[in-house]
Design a protein around this ligand. Structure first.
Ligand SMILES: [Mg+2]
Length: 239
């Protein structure tokens, strides 16, 4: 009997392309509007959040508007994990969600699953995106007819790699089991993800694990299909 469900995000409840084709382009589209307003060269002086985040990119890149815009655009194109970039992206995405220009495109069956399942089970999230980003995503979900659904109250808690470790390691799933009080009863916990390495790790931690197959995901090998339970849609779970 399943009592707890843990969900991955990208490729499981929303398209794997959302970050690369939704969030990254939104950031680049809005970036000039934010950078134009700053005074160059940038010095950290508390005049605005964006000014002070901008100063973190370092004096060699903040001499002029063009320097900074080009530098940040290159970082995004090359997917460089740079702390100031992460902070600025988080800032601009937060504004985008709050203005409803950005909405999280969850699959309809995933929305229905969350709304039904929360009545009888606890739902947790475990994603490599930060807990802060996960909460934003659940607060601004795209519903039917473009309205915004707040699914955040349906989720009991959120885990990421800083709270629980890497997603391909069984130890991470054991740490989550301990923190939700299920270390002695892991078979009552179901983990769903598009990534077979994550499913393998969760299975090693004795969770019930299911691979979610969605358009655009990495195709499964014949071996994986034989080894793991797979679904194309949450309706198939029947829990
Ligand atoms: Mg995923």
């Amino acid at each position: 009997m399943i009592e707890v469900v843990i969900l991955d995000i990208e490729g499981t409840i929303c398209p794997i392309s959302f970050v690369k084709e939704g969030l990254f382009p939104y950031f680049l589209e809005k970036l000039p509007t934010y950078l134009e307003k700053l005074e160059y060269p940038i010095t950290k002086n508390g005049t605005s959040d964006v000014n002070d985040i901008g100063s973190e990119f370092g004096s060699e890149h903040t001499e002029s508007y063009e320097d900074l815009l080009n530098y940040i655009t290159e970082l995004v194109k090359n997917d460089v994990k740079q702390p100031a970039l992460k902070t600025l992206q988080g800032y601009i995405w937060t504004k985008g969600y709050a203005s409803h220009e950005l909405k999280a495109p969850l699959y309809d069956d995933a929305i229905k699953f969350v709304e039904n399942t929360k009545k009888s089970k606890k739902i947790y999230i475990y994603s490599s995106g930060s807990v802060k980003a996960q909460k934003l995503l659940f607060t601004y979900v795209e519903g039917k007819d473009g309205q915004v659904l707040d699914l955040k109250p349906s989720i009991t808690d959120y885990f990421d790699i800083t709270t629980s470790g890497y997603k391909n390691e069984a130890a991470s799933y054991r740490s989550i089991l301990a923190s939700i009080g299920y270390e002695k009863n892991p078979e009552a916990v179901m983990f769903l993800s598009d990534n077979v390495h994550e499913i393998k790790a969760a299975s090693e931690a004795s969770m019930q694990s299911v691979v979610v197959v969605r358009p655009g995901n990495v195709p499964l090998s014949t071996d994986d299909k034989e080894t793991y339970k797979t679904i194309n849609n949450f309706d198939e779970l029947g829990i």
